[in-house]
Design a binder for this molecule. Structure first.
Ligand SMILES: [Ca+2]
Length: 411
């Protein structure tokens, strides 16, 4: 259960104010660690000075028991967001400080893997690519697209990648690892996501560049600060035209991640996020309770089945979903150099991102790609979309875009 606490506790003389603490029950892997967002009107030097004063005040009052804090690192590119460890009394005082906009608990976020069993038989290996370039449900074996995304950079913010997979044809490269490691795909997720976006055989945008930014560890999990920092890194370093896949999620919505996604969009990249998967008996089906799915700047993708274009049972839904795309039994590249089937909203994301790359490669401006994808989507195609979800199904016309005649020369 998500709990939003507003602590109105003992405040110092200067701090007659309470920021909101975005908190979560039961997960304390990042013990006493928080992301503190300082109000944009405040000079950071003034905030750091105030931290010292609060600490000294608490230490004096408690005989040295409380008032401990450490600035962990400034993983986040935005200087007004800092990651710090602090004791509970220090937290209360920071929350009460008017310099602070909000404090978000930094937590470790597990990954919700989806294992599909082939109870209804298996689809054709090409079904996902085949389905998104045609209007009718019956597959016509035409896998053509009106472009290949050449010159477009697809940032795969994920678990790393195997850039040597033959199906990437040398177009994939590891550009950053948030854990300062090698960027290798030890959880074997990022290579699959990248393959559905841009591999030669199973990708949508078959000539786009793949740039891997690792933010998921070998368990496919990450801290909230890691996720936000990876998005932030791309916002800082992205080379347009570009699109970014975010097939991961914080367990609850996160203002830190939402702000990072906004910066990414403002940097000229098209953000695509997973609606995320339901696990076991979870009854919270709303994608709005997850980040980056909640971000209005991201194109948030939910999953459909290869049978009757039905919303996948595992897929979250709701009005934070922007579009549905195939997400069951998607054939793609595997981290070991082979190929594999993958299911989950994680796999809907790269199909949307691949189409975004095609549009970018065809000259559609980044700030119009979202509108283009949503307006091209097929209406009323998805069965059982779930409460509040828009009934939009990913679609691109396979015919090449019409060439625009040059303006007639003026006489
Ligand atoms: Ca087709």
């Amino acid at each position: 259960m998500k709990v939003a606490l507003v602590l109105l506790l003992a405040v110092g003389a200067v701090c007659a104010h309470a920021a909101t603490l975005i908190d979560e029950d039961g997960v304390f892997d990042f013990k006493d660690q928080y992301i503190v967002k300082v109000r944009s009107s405040i000079l950071m030097s003034n905030f750091y000075q105030r931290l010292k004063e609060i600490s000294e005040e608490l230490k004096t009052q408690s005989g040295g028991l409380y008032g401990k804090y450490v600035i962990v690192s400034n993983l986040l590119a935005t200087p007004s967001m800092i990651i710090m460890k602090m004791d509970k009394q220090m937290l209360k005082m920071v929350l009460a400080c008017p310099f602070v906009a909000y404090v978000e608990q930094d937590v470790y976020n597990d990954f919700d893997h989806i294992e599909m069993s082939a109870e209804r038989g298996m689809p054709s290996t090409t079904w996902a690519l085949d389905r998104i370039n045609q209007v009718t449900a019956e597959l016509d074996k035409d896998l053509s697209f009106p472009g290949d995304g050449a010159g477009v950079n697809i940032y795969v913010i994920d678990s790393g990648i195997n850039p040597d997979h033959v199906d990437f044809e040398g177009r994939a490269v590891k550009v950053h690892d948030i854990f300062n490691q090698t960027g290798s795909d030890c959880c074997k997720h990022g290579t699959a996501v990248a393959g559905a976006a841009a591999s030669k055989t199973w990708g949508v945008a078959k000539k786009a560049n793949i740039l891997s930014v690792r933010t998921l560890d070998c368990r496919c999990g990450a801290g909230t600060s890691h996720m936000a920092a990876a998005i932030d890194w791309v916002a800082e370093h992205a080379v347009p035209p570009c699109v970014a896949t975010m097939s991961f999620s914080r367990k609850t919505s996160s203002p830190t991640i939402c702000e990072a996604v906004q910066r990414l969009a403002e940097a000229g990249c098209v953000p695509v996020a997973a609606a995320t998967n339901l696990k076991g008996s979870q009854t919270d089906v709303d994608a709005c309770t997850r980040s980056p799915a909640k971000s209005p700047y991201a194109i948030t993708a939910a999953s459909t089945s290869w049978v009757e274009d039905k919303k996948s049972a595992f897929s979250r839904s709701g009005d934070c979903v922007d579009i549905f795309a195939p997400g069951e039994f998607v054939r793609t590249t595997a981290a070991n150099g082979d190929y594999e089937w993958r299911s989950g909203t994680s796999m809907s994301v790269p199909l949307v991102a691949g189409i975004a790359a095609i549009h970018l490669g065809n000259g559609v401006p980044a700030d119009q790609v979202r509108h283009r994808i949503l307006s091209d989507a097929l209406a009323c195609m998805v069965a059982d979309v779930g409460p509040g979800s828009p009934n939009r199904f990913l679609h691109i016309d396979p015919a090449p875009p019409a060439t625009v005649d040059p303006e007639p020369a003026s006489v």
